[in-house]
Ligand binder design. Sequence first.
Ligand code: PMP
Length: 286
Amino acid sequence: MRTVYLNGQYLPENEATVSIFDRGFLMADGVYEVTSVLDGKLIDFDGHAVRLERSLRELDMVNPISKEDLLEVHRELVRANGIEEGMVYLQITRGAPGDRDFVFPDPEETEPTIVLFTQNKPGLADSPAAKKGMKVISIEDIRWGRRDIKTVQLLYPSMGKMMAKKSGADDAWMIEDGFVTEGTSNNAYIVKGNKIITRALSNDILHGITRAAVLRFAQEAQMEVEERNFTIDEAKEADEAFITSASTFVMPVVEIDGVALGEGVPGRVAPRLREIYLEESLKAAV
Ligand code: PMP
């Protein structure tokens, strides 16, 4: 049984309970982060902590924990649960005011709810899926307009993954006004020659922590990066495509809407970026 963290306490998972009036439960009024663990260490912890603060600020939510304490809780959970490879999930909601009301509760009276738990995923770095590449379908992006805030409103991304599964694919890329926004739980990229193309940051997409690191490493490796919109048709004609996220790192995409990219196997750029990302992130892990 896992040890989890709830509002200042370490508890066995079956003893950690949250009120039925919690606004995370009633209204998806909460934010989250997922930090991966490799060799028992946290990857990109700082980036996740900074984005968490921003998400909370954008929603006028009080941050209940300092960055130092947050790091300590992450480390303690990794230690207590013996995680070598996996993830730490963190969620903060606006708390449980004791009744249901659209109006935000007074933060002086209602404390946020903070939950962290680990997910053990042996083989996360050496994933067979990364060698094979993944298939995506395209679906319409009907999410709300503040995708830069990492909220727990994940119903549509969850439905997108189900649509993908139903059509024999691994994930879905979302399209708005003809352009790819991002994957259901990852940022989307295409490669043309030596150029990596990905949508620029705005409120339309999540500002991926892995995205920031990968683009930095790409530039350091003399690859060209172009931050601009691209269509799904342009993607189908690309040499390569890939996604990034904290839990998949860099993952090649080999098929879009049934159209194979290049030879239909991972190309040169995505696997190389995965290698660099894993190597450099591990060096900087805490
Ligand atoms: N976009 C969306 C919609 C996501 O849910 C995620 C992962 N949670 C990402 C992008 C990738 O972000 P990160 O690299 O910080 O995991």
